[in-house]
Design a protein around this ligand. Sequence first.
Ligand code: H2U
Ligand code: ZN
Length: 349
Amino acid sequence: MSLLDASSHRRLNPLTGEWVIVSPRRTARPWLGGVEQIASTPAAAHDPDCYLCPGNARANGARNPDYRGVFVFDNDFPALTLAPSTPDVDIDGLLVARAEPGCCRVLCFSERHDLALPRMAVPDIVRVVESWRDESARLGALDGVDYVQIFENRGALMGASNPHPHCQIWATHSLPNEIVKETRAQEQYHARKTSCLLCDYLALEQRLDERLVCGNAHFVALVPFWASWPFETMLLSRRHIGAFDELRADEVAALADILKRLTMRYDNLFGCPFPYSMGFHQRPCDGGSHPAWHFHAHFYPPLLRSATVRKFMVGFEMLGSPQRDIAAEDAARRLRALPESDGSVTPGA
Ligand code: H2U
Ligand code: ZN
């Protein structure tokens, strides 16, 4: 069932229960709107003005150690604290507020200011994945922490405040909105079918072979049928595991491998350091066993036509439903055709 040549339609995201409008080939319309700056890869391995490089002073005056490899620290400007003093508020069910205990960490991928995931060596990315696993376990065990969200904003276009390759980790007391939706959908599917939503979805995608991008022994990258961002992808573990704490050593290595390969493809799409927000979705750490939960990552890149023309999620997307301009199958075909090389290449067609 190919919808590549279909006219406009909507597709269901079974993980959230939300719909996305698909308008294939709408990129043919003229564009006189905003053009972004082409980001360049930082040239220097160490930048004396970077808050995150080894040995440098951070914005609040603390000094980074002369670290090598992964460096994790408490965010100096955290969005959440472990003991907030906010009282609960509920006025007529209309003005409702709750204290939100939590903590925020920053994780630098390595001492190298110039090496993002696509340019790092796989063994060095393995150290990053191991740190994600360790931080998830440590923060998840804290009193009052029910969820650990690991995410990377790459590129100024996606709000990264610093080009030094890094990600953030937010541990929260309540489940974030996306996790509430995904938990509900996976549990309902599990109850209805006595099987896992994402195991079944992955099996279907492998059979249809229309939206797969790349894979290895333990992970698959694909453009989800319901993708809303132009080159959105999902990373799925082949094994039914719920969270970082279940990753075996060979799966840690495979996750590092596929992260490098997928991000190299992204960089090669428009011949630029490809901006995105990505993050891992894992089972809540609230004491429940959550057998329906399937570990995965989402990549949400904003670029649409080139290194300088992005997709705006505004207007109808903000007020109604998300809408995409190229079919998911088309995006997957383009990503699949790209080389996995970290040099600069001719931008993809
Ligand atoms: P983003 O690039 O995704 O914004 O992540 C960087 C985080 O690093 C950001 O949350 C923190 C910011 O608060 N930070 C510090 O904790 N100390 C600094 O000296 C600079 C930035
Ligand atoms: Zn740096």
